[in-house]
Write a protein that binds this ligand. Structure first.
Ligand code: TXA
Ligand code: MG
Length: 332
């Protein structure tokens, strides 16, 4: 089995080497402030094809292009007034903007899955920005996990999931936020929320001064993070648990102790102090740890829905839909 070169994400020589690997059409996993990304040169269709292959992602699901700053982003997309406001307010940061592709942009058709829109994001992470600056162009980076499975928030997760497909892994330690970026489409003068995420919808609405349109039930815009089954462990997930069985593992929050807690297989508290920020940062790591114990199911207590809780509950609802009910699980 091939092993990736694992280098420190804090080391400038390592970043230079990783940028070189990207230029050569290689795959580089790197940390962002949200989750680890599986990076490739967005302009190189062969490299982008390797990303889809490594993830097992259907090629009709487009990828986010990551950029070192807003100037580079404006070469790739057309920013209307709302998009410009959101970029100024939240970049660098965990916001992805879906905008019309710019004429002369370098993101290849395979990366946008043939759409006439492109998803752009300037991450707020020193290592990611150093890599993007060293590379000098857009880098596509879906979350660095197998398609449909729990996202990767540590280099070890990436290596376990898709390590043999990668050329370089830049290890920057656990990611800070732990939940993916919020995705907003700014098209035809309107703003639509495509994926809840690290920035609360209310904060985006405050910046643009109006309500975000929510996805319609029959919306054909494909954002795999919005598919029914996603972020799903291999064992079933049971939400809003008020009781836990002996052969289940329990994920609890703020010290909640549902019935049966003393007799179940394993217990982990996402944040004993009740911090939704800490819970978001630990969510995917704890899901992976519980999954590895192979309980009959993972039971999860109710999590408050305010602030980051909305994104946490969104991920948990999708994690609770079995892979088998829908082949759409084979997504991001
Ligand atoms: O925090 C994040 O956003 C992470 C880090 C690595 O940056 N990336 C991430 O990428 O979550 P991924 O590929 O797992 O999710 C990207 C989402 C998908 O749901 C995809 O369908 C959607 O963005 N997307 C990309 N381009 C789009 C477009 N043109 N229109 C609508 N949705 C789009
Ligand atoms: Mg993903």
């Amino acid at each position: 089995m091939r092993h990736p070169l694992v280098l420190s994400g804090h080391d400038q020589d390592a970043i230079t080497h990783a940028a070189q690997a990207l230029r050569g059409g290689g795959l580089v996993a790197f940390a962002t402030e949200t989750v680890y990304g599986l990076g490739a040169d967005a302009a190189n269709a062969n490299a982008v094809a390797k990303v889809y292959e490594a993830k097992g992602r259907p090629s009709f699901n487009p990828l986010i292009a990551h950029l070192s700053d807003t100037d580079v982003a404006e070469r790739e997309g057309v920013f209307d007034a709302n998009a410009a406001t959101l970029a100024t307010t939240f970049w660098p940061g965990p916001l992805t903007l879906v905008v019309p592709r710019a004429a002369g942009g370098s993101v290849c058709d395979l990366a946008t899955a043939g759409l006439d829109t492109v998803a752009l994001r300037v991450p707020d992470h020193a290592g990611a920005r150093a890599l993007l600056a060293a590379f000098g162009g857009p880098v596509v980076a879906p979350s660095a996990n197998r398609s449909g499975y729990v996202s990767a928030t540590q280099a070890g997760h990436v290596i376990a999931d898709i390590g043999e497909r990668l050329d370089v892994v830049l290890d920057s330690g656990p990611t800070d936020i732990g939940i993916e970026s919020t995705i907003v489409a700014c098209l035809e003068g309107a703003c639509r929320l495509l994926r809840t995420g690290a920035i609360a919808a209310a904060d985006i609405e405050a910046a643009i001064g109006c309500d975000l349109a929510r996805p319609k039930k029959d919306d054909s815009i494909q954002a795999p993070g919005m598919l029914a089954s996603h972020y799903a462990p291999s064992v079933p997930v049971r939400l809003d648990a008020t009781h836990v069985a002996p052969d289940e593992a329990l994920i609890t929050f703020a010290g909640a102790r549902p019935g049966g807690v003393n007799d179940c297989m394993a217990v982990e508290d996402l944040s004993p102090s009740g911090s939704l920020r800490e819970a978001a940062a630990r969510l995917f790591t704890v899901l992976r740890e519980m999954d590895a114990k192979m309980p009959r199911a993972i039971a999860i207590v109710p999590i408050p829905d305010d602030g980051l809780g909305a994104a946490i509950n969104d991920r948990l609802r999708r994690a609770a839909v079995p892979h088998t009910t829908s082949r759409q699980a084979e997504t991001a």
